[in-house]
Design a protein around this ligand. Structure first.
Ligand code: CP
Ligand code: NVA
Length: 314
């Protein structure tokens, strides 16, 4: 199920029979495809009815969320299961109980645990000590649930993503890293156009290159988007980042506007995980324009995650 070269992911975790959904780069492509296919089945009404009846998902949030929280709650209920939302400040982890102990205890009550947190090491610790599947609902490193919806959305609009060109424009953040993981797994070309001081971690690029991923880096967004099938961006200030004039100054040339979209393929789609900041990373004209698929992308969080849940728990 897992590849054995994940960054910092312990051997015991990689060998675990439990089907955690921690990061795309440590899950086999066939498993990721199975999740997307399951999700499409639920979307088109051919999926199994109530496959998760009697199952409970605990959802720990150490950061805010709109899409992730609502799509997981609705998705779990549509699959016949139920959810418990646990906000960090209301839990004993807010007063110092360890993640490991929390994992052990929650595993006695629920069938799966989803967490949104800052530190990827906390996600790994949760998975190491849980005896039920753990789902990564965003860390400062990655956001794999979002990419499952993004690949589904790309393929609904433009056909198979394999061999296509996706261009990331903007901050080299957790979404950029997860697009890189997706490029490795789904075999498409990823062009990363980030300011030099806000590029994605070097070790992520090195590992992707070593895995044979077609990844190109350029600080010039106009050069980057030439021939793009998809242009994608995200907020300039992720949760946990320090906002500031310098960050905005560095990212100003990376705003996705109509002029930049005009340099991409005429059929190129525009994607953004949302929430968007109109006038910063993307203009209203692009976000609301005919090439934007962001609302389908948001909807597909629901469908894709139903596939993830059934893969983990089915
Ligand atoms: N895209 C995404 O994960 O949105 P939320 O932060 O609202 O969950
Ligand atoms: N990069 C953003 C994604 C939000 C869904 C963040 O981490 O805040």
């Amino acid at each position: 199920m897992f590849r054995d070269d994940g960054p910092g992911v312990g051997k015991a975790l990689l060998m675990s029979a439990i089907k955690h959904f921690l990061d795309l780069d440590i899950i086999e492509t066939a498993d990721l495809r199975q999740m997307i296919d399951l999700g499409l089945g639920f979307k088109n009404g051919t999926g199994e009815v109530a496959p998760l009846a009697g199952k409970t998902l605990a959802m720990i949030f150490e950061k805010p969320s709109t899409r992730t929280r609502v799509s997981f709650e609705v998705g779990m209920k549509q699959l016949g299961g139920q959810t418990i939302v646990l906000n960090h400040d209301d839990m004993q982890i807010g007063r110092g109980e360890t993640i490991a102990d929390t994992a052990r205890v929650l595993s006695r009550y629920v069938d799966a645990i989803m967490m949104r947190t800052n530190d990827p090491d906390k996600m790994e610790e949760l998975a190491q000590h849980a005896s039920v599947p753990v789902i990564n609902a965003l860390t400062d490193r990655s956001h794999p649930c979002q990419l499952m919806a993004d690949v589904m959305t790309f393929e609904e609009h433009r056909g198979a993503i394999e061999g296509r060109k996706v261009v990331w424009v903007g901050d080299g953040n957790n979404m950029a890293v997860t697009w890189l993981h997706a490029a490795t797994k789904f075999n498409f070309e990823l062009c990363l156009s980030c300011p030099a001081d806000l590029s994605i971690p070097r070790e992520e690029i090195e590992r992707a290159l070593a895995a044979g991923t077609k990844v190109v880096e350029t600080t010039d967004p106009v050069q980057a988007v030439a021939g793009a099938d998809c242009v994608v961006t995200d907020t300039w200030v992720s949760m946990g980042d320090q906002p500031g004039e310098r960050r905005h100054r560095l990212l100003e040339p990376y705003r996705v506007d109509e002029a930049l979209m005009a340099k991409a393929d005429s059929n190129a789609i525009f994607m953004h995980c949302l929430p968007a900041h109109r006038g910063e990373e993307v203009t209203s004209a692009v976000l609301e324009g005919s090439q934007s698929v962001v609302w389908d992308e948001a909807e597909n969080r629901l469908h894709a995650q139903k596939g993830v849940l059934v893969w983990c728990l089915g």
